[in-house]
Design a protein around this ligand. Structure first.
Ligand code: BG6
Length: 501
């Protein structure tokens, strides 16, 4: 596939150039974009890391990563050779200004050799503790240009974006000292997924669904991000973060915004983000008592996934043996605006679930009259529209149909659209789309400052209430199950139940 014209030539500097994200996602995505001729021929990629030897060793390291993680395999030798000539390595510490002076010289040399105009994209694929230093060093060493129509400079900031409202605000302040808001791209890779982008297309590009998309017809919404993996060697990070910061604060609230937002005045960065911020501002704030009532925390105990025994969270590497950190969270959220008043949004995210699934289920109200009740039957299942974000990408609609035969019996049936059937199996990776948007300067799929802070405004009270009320029952769900009993009770209290994806 492909077709888009190549983007503006630029130099992409990846801080954390040898890290996990670079190897698993960024460099494979750039290789794919190269193969699809979406990168300008001059574009260069400089991996900045603390350890490493030379351009040659860096290229070899990245080749192994691309061979393992590229979307299309095997790696094409000729394409790789051309791609490798774009790759450069720079060894430096993030905190020491001297390295930034040297980096400047190195970038000038690479840029003059390749005929690059000086456009720069700085990718901060580093832990939060390094961000301030890099931003300051970039500013002090003159890496950031004015927004004046000359060469551009932009920065991509990876999550986690702060660990609470206060730290997110402080980080935004620091970034604002050095960059203008339109130069800052806060990445949430969920927004780059094709199926996430399709939420707005589905809602606003069709005439059929939007009229039903409100409290008159929708009973409630369930958003599920389930993963069968555990913390995968990221015990240290999880001990700090937990799933509420890792997945709910960003990915899940973004999905909620896309489902709940009003149509923007145009499909243009600020118009889209204005509407998302309005959703976040409409979420009803909760008191600590309400938080304890409307949230559930969980932590996985040893169990089995796909029949294979797996360790509990407390047995994972770098995890405290009595850790109280959550690996599962459920949250009942009320979006109190004209469209959604009274329609709960139930969010749940969990590690070590029975399978990997991200989906949004819109459950509609049942008919006003149980028309077929006298025949001894009623529609047992309400109509549900399921937006399957991954991995089995598609959209399904469940409704009732008469079972053929002499008696009146209604069974739930399903209409199902699968991406792979219509569009083939190889969808672009989220990072491919987001890197291209960053190069084109399109920030529609990146989070704006007020958006991130508005999300933290709701997430921080939950974290504080949880901190002040430590859980007494952890671990409280077996690996390979759909989470703690209390999560079932959260919906049962409202006369509802979680969908079984
Ligand atoms: C990341 C989280 O942001 O998203 C991980 O840090 C999680 O914990 C991952 O596994 C899930 O992403 P995806 O694209 O596989 O759903």
């Amino acid at each position: 596939m492909s077709a888009a014209p190549p983007s503006a030539p630029c130099t992409l500097v990846i801080f954390g150039g040898s890290g996990d994200l670079s190897k698993r996602k960024l460099v494979p995505a750039l290789y794919q974009l190269h193969c699809e001729k979406q990168l300008a021929p001059e574009t260069a990629i400089v991996g900045y890391a603390r350890t490493g030897e030379s351009d040659e060793t860096y290229r070899a390291e990245m080749k192994a990563a691309v061979a393992e993680f590229a979307r299309t395999k095997p790696v094409d030798e000729a394409e790789w050779a051309a791609f490798a000539s774009r790759l450069f390595f720079f060894r430096g510490d993030l905190h020491v200004p001297k390295f930034f002076a040297d980096l400047k010289e190195r970038l000038s040399a690479v840029e003059s050799e390749r005929g690059l105009p000086g456009n720069r994209l700085y990718y901060l694929a580093i832990p939060p503790s390094g961000i301030s230093a890099v931003v300051k060093n970039l500013g002090d060493a003159g890496f950031v240009y004015k927004v004046d129509g000359g060469p551009w400079s932009r920065v991509i900031v990876e999550k986690p974006f702060g660990r609470d409202l206060e730290s997110a605000r402080a980080l935004n302040e620091e970034l604002a000292h050095t960059f203008r808001e339109r130069q800052i791209l806060r990445i949430d890779h969920y927004l780059g997924k094709e199926t996430t982008q399709n939420i707005l297309v589905f809602r606003l590009g069709n005439g059929l669904f939007e009229p039903l998309w409100n409290r008159r017809y929708v009973d409630h919404v369930q958003i599920t991000v389930g993963e069968s993996i555990g913390v995968e060697g990221r015990g240290k990070f999880y001990e700090e973060a937990g799933i509420f910061r890792d997945i709910v604060q960003n990915h899940m609230l973004q999905l909620l915004c896309l489902v709940a937002m009003e149509p923007p005045v145009a499909f243009e960065p600020n118009a889209v983000r204005d509407e998302k911020v309005k959703v976040l501002r409409s979420i009803q704030p909760q008191t600590p008592e309400e938080i304890l009532r409307d949230t559930v925390r969980g932590q996985y105990a040893p169990g089995a996934v796909d029949g294979i025994p797996v360790a509990g969270y407390r047995q994972e590497k770098d995890v405290h043996p009595m850790s109280l950190r959550e690996t599962y969270a459920a949250w009942k959220v009320q979006v109190e605006n004209w469209r959604w008043a009274g329609v709960p949004f139930y969010l749940r995210a969990g590690k070590r679930m029975p399978k990997r699934v991200t989906e949004i289920a819109i459950q509609f109200k049942t008919p006003p009259i149980a028309f077929f009740r006298r025949a001894g039957v009623a529609l047992r299942e309400p109509n549900t529209l399921i937006l399957r974000i991954q991995p089995d990408e598609g959209i399904a609609l469940r409704f009732g149909a008469k079972q053929p035969g002499p008696t009146m019996r209604i069974d739930p049936v399903k209409m199902d659209f699968q991406y792979s059937e219509f569009f083939g199996t190889s969808q672009p990776e989220a990072y491919e789309r987001l890197l291209m948007d960053a190069i084109h300067g399109d920030s529609t799929l990146f989070a704006r400052r007020d958006e991130v802070e508005a999300a933290w405004e709701h997430v921080t009270p939950v974290l504080e209430t949880w901190r002040d009320n430590p859980p007494l029952d952890h671990p409280n769900y077996e690996a390979g199950t759909w989470g703690p009993e209390a999560a079932v009770a959260l919906l049962a209290r409202d006369g509802r139940r979680w969908r079984r994806p």
